[in-house]
Design a binder for this molecule. Structure first.
Ligand code: ATP
Ligand code: MG
Length: 333
């Protein structure tokens, strides 16, 4: 049995997460869902956005499924990632039939370092009118994120994927910090002779995800570069309603759709559940349930291909109706 900490949070989190739970229940796996509260509403009610008991639930479960937090996002999800030390942010970029994508054969994963770089938040006013932000790169964090990327490429290769890791950096300008980043990338690459390794400057990489996205398999980069690159990449395969993500560390896994609470459509029942269902697929793989994950993905693919979708994808179904189409296919098998 798997114990899952479920945090719906705010806005459309309250719709896409319950819809995804229906899909997970339909897999036939034995789940115990333990609900924890977090986000704007809790903050208004209790003066705290991420209550201690929610953190405790997250820590004792096998994985955390998170919806969205509105204005309190920094106090909830950023904090939770830190508490659980989930150093790898994983974002698959994949084209599905029936979805308008840049190309129809895109299938790679962006692995972003989640704990340091420019987002360490070390800023200062060093003289009047002069401000700095410190970019932290440690050999230790480089090594573990590259190992993670190469291990992922190896797992994907077993499933028939390319088996390649592409490192994106700016070592020509950031000679020390990204010099180290690039050097350690190739050091770790030597431990994986079965996996191809290549590197590009981040600016060129930004072009290549548009001009030759089908050539990538696993892309690894630092915190800020990954943040920017991955939103652009999501745009090439159908946008926010389609984009899942995982935050993974050595002890915990925290799974969330890329989109936020979408207050403009919250409560209307029209939010696209795809991103969160795909997030559930990532969670299933993390739990070692690859076969079940493939079944869910296949059922969802069929629903997307048939146009049985929410309005943002051109369909006319509600969030729950769309999820129900996936459930129906899982049960038919
Ligand atoms: P937040 O501050 O919580 O991030 P936001 O206003 O930035 O909220 P997002 O959730 O980031 O909203 O979404 C940006 C836009 O994309 C919104 O206009 C929203 O309607 C749309 N959108 C996001 N997620 C979905 C979804 N699952 N289905 C349909 N549309 C979505
Ligand atoms: Mg947003």
């Amino acid at each position: 049995m798997y114990k899952i900490c479920v945090i719906e949070g705010d806005g459309i989190g309250k719709e896409v997460v319950p819809a995804t739970l229906e899909v997970l229940k339909a897999t036939g796996l034995d789940f115990e869902f333990v609900h924890g509260e977090a986000g704007d509403e809790v903050f208004k009610r209790r003066g705290i956005a991420l209550p201690e008991e929610t953190v405790e639930i997250a820590k004792e479960c096998d994985a955390v499924l998170f919806g969205a937090a509105g204005e309190t996002a920094a106090d909830v999800i950023v904090k939770l990632r830190k508490i659980l030390d989930t150093y790898a942010n994983v974002r698959p970029v994949k084209s599905y039939r029936g979805i308008k994508c840049l190309k129809d054969n895109i299938d790679y994963v962006i692995v972003r370092e989640n704990t340091e770089g420019l987002y360490k938040g070390i800023e200062a006013e060093v003289a009047e009118g002069v401000y700095t932000a410190t970019r932290v790169i440690t050999e230790k964090a480089c090594r573990r994120i590259f190992k993670f990327a190469f291990d992922l490429a190896r797992r994907r290769k077993r499933e028939g994927k390319r088996g390649k890791v592409t490192c994106a950096h700016k070592a020509n300008v950031l000679k020390l910090t990204d010099g180290v980043f690039k050097r350690i990338f190739y050091e770790v690459a030597e431990e994986y002779p079965d996996i191809e390794a290549e590197d590009y400057y981040i600016d060129a990489m930004n072009m290549y995800i548009i001009t030759k996205p089908e050539t990538f398999d696993v892309v690894v980069t630092s915190n800020l570069f990954g943040d920017i690159l991955s939103d652009g990449a999501a745009g090439t395969v159908g946008g926010l309603g389609m984009a899942p993500s995982a935050n993974i560390g050595d002890r915990y896994g925290l799974f969330e759709p890329v989109h936020g609470s979408a207050p403009d459509i919250a409560g209307k029942g029209i939010a696209n559940p795809t991103a969160t269902i795909l997030t559930g697929v990532l969670m299933l793989r993390y739990l070692g349930e690859d076969e079940v994950a493939n079944r869910v993905e296949k059922a969802l693919e069929e629903v997307l291909e048939k146009g049985l979708t929410t309005p943002d994808l051109g369909g006319s179904l509600t969030t729950f109706e769309m999820a129900q189409e996936v459930v129906k296919r899982l049960k038919e098998e």
